[in-house]
Design a protein around this ligand. Structure first.
Ligand code: HEM
Length: 693
C-alpha cells in the first residue's frame, strides 16, 4: 500500500464523475484506498443508503465522516441535480433561457466553484490521509497552511507529498513483532511463531531482548533463500550450536568445506546402495516386532517414541559405518553416549544463553562433563571403526565405479574410503557423526508422529492395512514394492507435512539481500518456518487436518519442486537432504511392516501427547501405546487345481478334476459333456498319474 489517504468506502470511488488519472483505487478489505492527489472532481454516486450504512459501519473520524456525508448526500446530490437542470436548459436549443434557470446556473456555478476549491484545499492538505496519532499535529498544521491562500496551499501540498514518500518507504520496512522471552519458555518455539505469522504475515522480524530474527513463512521467499540465492546464506547459529558434535560435517559446514564434502558423500547414497539397505530396514523392523511381541505377551503397553529412536539408530549405524549398536537390545555404553550427545545438541539449540561457552563450564556443570566424556567415547569408537574399515579396504581388490558397493560392507564409510577420498580422519569423523545424527532422530520423529496420527484416524489405518496386505502379504518389502505402496507413502507425506522434522530451518545472511519487498542486512539471522509453510491457510485446504487423500495416488510424489516450496520436508535447493530416498524407504518399510502385523492405540493411561522441540519435534512425555496383534481374515491356501485331460478312443476328450474327483467327457463333434464310462475314468486316472510323475 502506498501513502495517502483514505476515504474509506469502495463505493465512493466509483463516483468520480470523470476519471482522473490521479484517482487510484485499491480494494482493501471492503474499503477503498484513494490517493489524496485526486482532484476536486470527487463526488458520489446515487446509492446513498448503501453508502451511509457503510459510513456507519466504518469507524471514521468524525470530521472525515461529516465530509463524506456531505459529499455523499446533500451537496453532491444538489450539485448533480442542479447541473442537470442547467444542462437540460442549455440543450433545449431555444436560446430563451428562463431567468430562473439563469440565476440557478450562476448561483450554482459560484457555489460549485467555491465547494470544489474548498474540497481541493482539504484534500491537498492531507485531511483525508490516515495519520498516525503521533503525527496528527502535522496533519493539522498542513491543513492550516492550506487555508492560507495559494502559497500556503502549495507548501501544504509539498509537505503532504513528502509524507507520502516517507510512508511508502515505511511500507517496505519489515513488520516487527517483539516478545517477552518468558512467553515462549515451556512452549515449542514454532507454536508462537505460527500465531505471529498469522498476525504479521510471511516475513517479519521478531525481537526478544537483544536477539532478533527474521521469520519467513512465505513459499516464494523460502525458495529464494534455499534455492535462488542459497550462496548468500550460511547456517549461522545452527553451525555455532552443532560445532561441538558435528564439527565441519555437511549440515553445519561453511560453503568451502560443504562443496567438497557434499561432492564426496552424495554419490555414496546411490540407488543400488539404497536398494541394498532394504534388507537392513526389514531386519531391523523385525527386531522391533520381536520387542513388541514380548510386550504383547506380557500384557504391557509400550513407549513407541524411544523404540523408534532405537530402531533408527540401529539402522543408521549399520548403514553409515557398518556398526551394530543393537540398541533395541541394550542401551548402555556407546548407545548412551550417542544419546547424551544428541540431547545436548538439542538442548543447545533451544538454550537462551550459551552457558557451555563459559570458562570452566565443565567444572561448573556436571552435564557438560558427561557430554565431554560421551563425546570422547564416540570419537574413540569412530576412530576405531575408521581404522578397521581402512584396513579392510586396503586388503580388498577394489574395482571402484559409480555404483560401487562392497557385498561384505555396503556402508557409506566403506564407499568413501574405497573411492580414494582424500580426507582427514577428523573430517571423516565429522561426516559420519553428521550422517548419524541427521539420519537418526529425523526418521524416528517421522515414525513417532505417523503412528500418533494413525492412532487418531482409524479409517486411514484400514486403507493402509488393506494396501499392505494386498501388496506384501507376509513378505519383507523390496525396493520394487516402494512404488506400489502408494497409500503408505501418502500417509508418510502427510505426516511430514503436519510434523516437519526439523520444523524450522536456520540461515544467516552473508550479504545484504532482498526478501520480497523487504531488506535483510548482512548478519541477520533467519528462521524459515517449515511448520508455518506446511500449515499455512494460504497454501492448504483445512491445513490442520490429517488427510493423506490430499495427495493423489497417481500424482507425483510431493516435494519442494512439485509443490513450489510450500512443502519442504527435506528442505530444498543445494542443501537439500542427502538422505531423502533412504529415509523415505526406511519409513515406508517400518510403517508397512508394523501396520500389517499390529494395531496401535494410545494407551488408556497415556499422558497427553504434547510437543516439545529440539532439532526435531518430540512428544512431551512419550508416545505410550497399546499394541495388539491384528486379527486378520483367514487366508485359505490357494492350491493349483490339477486337471488332466486324455483323449478317448472314440475321439472324445476326458477331463479329470483331481479336487472334485470327477471326470467330464467332451464329445469330439460339438464339445458337449457326456457321462464317462468306468473304463474311461480308469484311463484318465492312469494318464493323470503318469503326468504327475
Ligand atoms: C525422514 C527423515 C529425514 C528428514 C525429515 C530430513 C530432513 C532434512 C532437512 C529438512 C534437511 C535440510 C536442512 C537445511 O536446509 O538446513 C536435511 C539435510 C540433511 N540431511 Fe536429512 N532428513 C532425513 C533423513 C536423513 C538421512 C537418513 C540422512 C543420512 C543418511 C540425512 C542426511 C542429511 C544431511 C547430510 C543433510 C545436510 C545436507 C547439506 O547441507 O548439504 N537425512 N535433512
Amino acid at each position: 500500500m502506498t501513502g495517502g489517504v483514505v476515504l474509506s468506502i469502495k463505493e465512493v470511488c466509483t463516483c468520480v464523475p470523470r476519471r482522473s488519472n490521479a484517482a487510484v483505487a485499491e480494494p482493501l478489505a471492503g474499503s477503498l484506498f484513494v490517493h489524496s492527489s485526486f482532484s476536486s472532481r470527487i463526488a458520489a454516486r446515487t446509492d446513498l443508503k448503501f453508502r451511509n450504512d457503510k459510513l456507519k459501519e466504518l469507524k471514521i473520524r468524525p470530521r472525515v465522516k461529516s465530509t463524506c456525508e456531505q459529499l455523499l448526500s446533500g451537496n453532491y446530490r444538489s450539485y448533480r441535480w442542479k447541473s442537470e437542470c442547467v444542462r437540460a436548459s442549455a440543450s433545449n436549443g431555444s436560446g430563451s433561457r428562463s431567468s430562473n434557470l439563469q440565476s440557478i446556473e450562476s448561483q450554482e456555478k459560484g457555489s460549485i466553484k467555491k465547494y470544489q476549491a474548498d474540497l481541493a484545499n482539504r484534500i491537498t492538505s492531507g485531511e483525508f490521509t490516515v495519520a498516525h496519532p503521533k503525527y496528527q499535529w502535522f496533519k493539522e498544521f498542513r491543513y492550516a497552511l492550506a487555508n492560507l491562500g495559494p502559497v500556503g496551499r502549495s507548501f501544504a501540498k509539498t509537505l503532504a507529498n513528502a509524507e507520502r514518500g516517507i510512508r511508502r518507504q515505511k511500507s517496505r520496512e519489515m513488520p516487527e513483532a517483539s516478545g517477552d522471552v518468558k512467553a515462549v519458555i515451556g512452549e515449542p518455539m514454532f507454536i508462537p511463531l505460527y500465531k505471529l505469522y498469522l498476525t504479521y504475515g510471511g516475513v517479519f522480524r521478531l525481537t526478544f531482548g537483544p536477539k532478533s530474527f527474521v521469520i519467513v513463512s512465505d513459499a516464494a521467499v523460502a525458495k529464494h533463500l534455499l534455492r535462488d540465492n542459497a550462496k548468500g546464506y550460511s547456517k549461522g547459529i545452527l553451525a555455532e550450536i552443532l560445532e561441538f558434535v558435528m564439527g565441519k560435517g555437511l549440515i553445519p559446514a561453511d560453503a568451502e568445506v560443504w562443496r567438497v564434502r557434499r561432492r564426496a558423500i552424495v554419490p555414496a547414497l546411490h540407488r543400488k546402495y539404497v536398494a541394498a539397505m532394504m534388507d537392513l530396514f526389514g531386519k531391523s523392523t523385525q527386531n522391533l516386532c520381536t520387542k513388541l511381541d514380548i510386550a504383547i505377551n506380557n500384557g504391557e503397553d509400550v513407549e513407541m517414541e524411544s523404540l523408534f529412536s532405537k530402531l533408527t539408530l540401529d539402522i543408521i549405524g549399520k548403514a553409515v559405518f557398518n556398526y551394530d549398536f543393537d540398541s533395541l537390545s541394550h542401551d548402555e555404553g556407546i548407545v548412551e553416549a550417542v544419546y547424551v550427545a544428541l540431547r545436548e545438541a538439542e538442548a543447545r539449540s533451544t538454550a537462551i544463553i550459551p552457558y557451555w561457552n563459559l570458562p570452566f563450564a565443565q567444572a561448573i556443570f556436571p552435564r557438560q562433563r558427561k557430554v565431554a566424556t560421551s563425546l570422547k567415547l564416540i570419537n574413540d569408537t569412530l576412530d576405531t571403526i575408521i581404522t578397521t574399515c581402512k584396513k579392510i579396504v586396503e586388503e580388498e581388490d577394489v574395482d571402484f565405479h559409480d555404483e560401487y558397493m562392497s557385498d561384505r560392507d555396503p556402508s557409506i564409510l566403506h564407499f568413501l574410503l574405497a573411492s580414494g577420498d582424500e580426507v582427514s580422519s577428523k573430517q571423516l569423523r565429522d561426516d559420519l557423526m553428521t550422517l548419524l545424527i541427521a539420519g537418526h532422530e529425523t526418521t524416528a520423529a517421522v515414525l513417532t508422529w505417523t503412528f500418533y496420527l494413525l492412532s487418531q484416524n482409524p479409517i486411514v489405518v484400514e486403507k493402509l492395512q488393506s494396501e499392505v496386505d494386498a501388496t506384501l502379504g507376509e513378505r519383507m518389502p523390496t525396493v520394487a514394492d516402494m512404488k506400489n505402496l502408494k497409500y503408505t507413502t501418502r500417509v508418510i507425506n502427510e505426516s511430514m507435512r503436519l510434523y516437519p522434522q526439523p520444523p524450522v530451518l536456520i540461515r544467516r545472511a552473508l550479504e545484504d539481500d532482498k526478501l520480497g519487498k523487504f531488506t535483510v542486512k548482512k548478519g541477520d539471522d533467519i528462521f524459515i518456518s517449515i511448520w508455518n509453510l506446511h500449515r499455512s491457510p494460504s497454501y492448504w485446504v483445512n491445513p490442520e487436518e490429517f488427510n493423506p487423500e490430499r495427495w493423489p495416488l497417481d500424482g507425483p510424489d510431493p516435494n519442494e519442486v512439485t509443490q513450489n516450496f510450500r512443502y519442504l520436508p527435506f528442505g530444498g535447493g543445494q542443501r537439500k537432504c542427502v538422505g531423502d530416498m533412504f529415509a523415505t524407504y526406511e519409513s515406508i518399510t517400518a510403517v508397512a511392516m508394523l501396520a500389517r502385523r499390529y494395531n496401535f492405540d494410545l494407551a488408556v493411561d497415556a499422558p497427553p501427547v504434547g510437543m516439545t522441540t529440539g532439532a526435531t519435534i518430540h512428544t512431551s512425555s512419550g508416545l505410550k501405546m497399546t499394541v495388539t496383534r491384528r486379527a486378520r481374515p483367514v487366508i485359505f491356501p490357494v492350491m493349483e487345481r490339477p486337471i488332466v485331460t486324455a483323449m478317448n478312443k472314440n475321439g472324445s476328450v476326458a477331463r479329470y478334476d483331481a479336487i472334485k474327483g470327477s471326470i467330464e467327457v467332451l464329445t469330439a463333434e460339438n464339445g458337449s459333456a457326456d457321462s464317462p464310462t468306468e473304463k474311461e475314468k480308469e484311463e484318465a486316472s492312469i494318464q493323470k498319474s503318469a503326468s504327475t510323475t
